[in-house]
Design a protein around this ligand. Structure first.
Ligand code: ZN
Length: 387
């Protein structure tokens, strides 16, 4: 489903003005990863990144590359766009995510939807009923009758992202993470979140959250991650309570060809947008692996499901000491091995697919809208020191 819609969008859109600004030279890893390098179409990072990364995933190389990953281009776009080289390991084909991934805007014909129309399309793709109980998804700010000409997807509603959206005359910013997950008593501009609210409202930009409903849905965060990593026979790690059997948190599948943990870790590294923290691995680099569990974002609550799935490797983010240590102790040093990636990076990969899916749903209703993906790196870490 996703593949079809992506191809539709990729082939029918005309690249339009307002391309993202060039990324910093070392904004993303190069190498053998599968995702599409959007930025090459917008004067961005390809060759410079290639030099910086050289496809190396070894700790030293990654740390050196990442150490100044935001030193120059933090305020620029495309800071987080994945690298260019596509492989035959199952990731999306180069054209799949190209036009939107780097922030290139696609101009469509047809009348613009209202914000209310877009909400209907969003509900079709990522039903609010799939969200976790603790989550807060949906519209954060915006007037339902206002026309939406331009939509931007981003992982985090940071002030930098909000300002970028307003500067690009975006009418609707859709972020994965909620701005207001917990209750607030004020949105005065004396608070960081209040500043974002004011920036968006004063700039005429609505804000919408697609969070765990986007995780759980078909074509959601972990689905896309599984696809990019080349997994087949994919199923949820934890099936959604209120959804289809193929909906739920996390995914598990198998590689077409078994490989070593070290090589698979390099594939993961290459697939991710470059971030300072790189990729951490627990396990024997020479062990042969084929069954892979993934969960975009923080997935340390899913260890029981991962073990039950028989996965050789678990790829997720934000693995703290105790959950990771206990998982390794429980496994007696064996499987599942762990690959810990950047929370931001693992979820950014979803944005191009989400953008194209929404664009296609709106197109099917004869709405014209520009959809773009923020290339701003909102991973909070700036550099690491390694031995
Ligand atoms: Zn997240």
């Amino acid at each position: 489903m996703q593949d079809e819609s992506r191809n539709d969008a990729a082939t029918s859109g005309d690249p339009q003005a307002t391309p993202p600004e060039p990324a910093s030279a070392n904004a993303a890893p190069a190498g053998t990863g599968s995702p599409e390098p959007a930025p090459d179409q917008s004067g961005s990072p390809g060759s410079a990144r290639d030099e910086a990364a050289q496809g190396e995933a070894a700790p030293d190389g990654a740390a050196a590359q990442a150490s100044d990953s935001r030193s120059e281009g933090q305020s620029e776009d495309v800071g987080a766009v994945p690298a260019a080289d596509a492989t035959d390991d199952g990731g999306p084909a180069p054209d799949d995510v190209g036009d939107t991934a780097g922030g290139t805007v696609e101009q469509r014909d047809g009348s613009n939807p209202t914000l209310g129309d877009v909400l209907v399309a969003v509900e079709e793709l990522w039903p609010a009923s799939l969200a976790e109980e603790w989550d807060r998804v949906g519209l954060v700010a915006g007037r339902l009758h206002r026309p939406v000409r331009r939509i931007m997807f981003a992982v985090d509603p940071t002030l930098e992202v909000a300002r970028d959206a307003v500067r690009r005359e975006v009418d609707l910013l859709i972020t994965h993470h909620p701005l207001l997950l917990r209750g607030v008593n004020s949105v005065a501009d004396t608070t960081a979140k209040g500043e974002v609210v004011h920036e968006l409202i004063e700039g005429g930009c609505a804000l919408l959250t697609v969070h765990t409903n986007g995780d759980s849905a078909v074509g959601g965060v972990s689905d896309v991650l599984a696809d990019i990593l080349g997994l087949t026979d994919v199923a949820p790690l934890a099936v959604a309570d209120a959804g289809l059997p193929e909906e739920g948190i996390g995914r598990v599948g198998r590689l077409e060809q078994a490989t070593t943990l070290g090589d698979f870790a390099r594939r993961v590294f290459s697939a991710m947008p470059a971030v300072a923290g790189g990729v951490r691995v627990a396990g024997d680099a020479d062990a042969v692996v084929s069954r892979i569990a993934v969960c975009g974002g923080a997935g340390d609550s899913l260890f029981d499901a991962v073990r039950a799935s028989g996965a050789d490797v678990y790829v997720t983010a934000d693995l703290r000491h105790h959950p990771a240590s206990e998982a390794r102790e429980t496994a007696r040093g064996e499987r599942p091995f762990l690959i810990d990636v950047s929370h931001f990076a693992s979820e950014w990969l979803w944005l191009p697919a989400a953008a194209e899916a929404l664009e296609n749903v709106l197109l099917d209703q004869d709405f014209g809208v520009d959809v773009m993906v923020s290339g701003i790196n909102t991973d909070p870490w700036d550099f690491v020191l390694t031995p």
